[in-house]
Design a binder for this molecule. Structure first.
Ligand code: MD3
Ligand code: FE
Length: 198
């Protein structure tokens, strides 16, 4: 798929452990929660956000907002190591949103497109930590999809033609990693959600 770039093992074991500890420390101020779909059902994935803007879903729809829906507080800052990874890979305007997804207890994410961002030409960068995921991706227009495994420490970027690809997480291979306290998989996605400067 053009525009899809994967860096397997971009983070070594120590970098993964450090980032995981940093993420859980920041989540103290912005607890993981289960967003409601616009249809009124809770997502199976637990979420939070870092940065000026966070992705939320509720019966009013999907959007980015500056405030945690349950605490009413602003989101914690994006860890510097993630901003460095962005600069070293996709570059361009600095990300203003980092969605934190925790997959545990059979959580999955159905096929979807990411189109809630102001500039749909801005790239997305994803970091996987913990249990291995079976990731599915296919063309924006629909048609055949392919699956690949995203393992702990893998980095992937979605740019250009891949930016509007349909994608999802079919399943997570429970117990494939011991990185995450309590088990499961963490995915961190960096995005430019608001209007880019310049
Ligand atoms: C392909 N997250 O948060 S990350 C999401 O593993 C999301 O939690 C998945 O899809 C996860 O929206 C997949 C890899 C990813 C992220 C964004 C994309 C793939 C993408 C945007 C466009 C195309
Ligand atoms: Fe997505």
């Amino acid at each position: 798929m053009p525009g899809f770039r994967l860096w397997p093992g971009a983070l070594d074991a120590q970098a993964q452990a450090q980032l995981t500890a940093d993420v859980f420390a920041r989540l103290e101020a912005a607890p993981l929660y289960r967003p409601m779909t616009p249809g009124g059902r809770p997502l199976s994935v637990r979420m939070s956000n870092f940065g000026p803007l966070g992705w939320v879903s509720d019966p009013r729809g999907y959007r980015y907002q500056a405030i945690h829906p349950e605490t009413g507080q602003g989101w914690p800052d994006i860890p510097a190591v993630l901003l460095d990874l962005w600069a070293a890979t996709v570059g361009g305007p600095t990300p203003d949103a980092c969605l934190v997804n925790l997959y545990r207890d059979g959580a999955r994410m159905g096929l979807h497109q990411d189109r809630d961002e102001a500039d749909l030409s801005a790239p997305v960068l994803s970091v996987s930590l913990g249990d291995t995921a079976v990731f599915r991706i296919g063309p924006a227009e629909g048609g055949p999809t392919t699956t690949l495994r995203l393992e702990s420490g893998d980095l992937c970027a979605l740019t250009g033609p891949a930016r509007l690809a349909r994608h999802g997480i079919d399943r997570v291979l429970e117990g494939s990693s011991r990185l995450i306290p309590g088990g499961g998989r963490l995915n961190l996605t960096l995005r430019r959600a608001g209007v880019s400067p310049d």
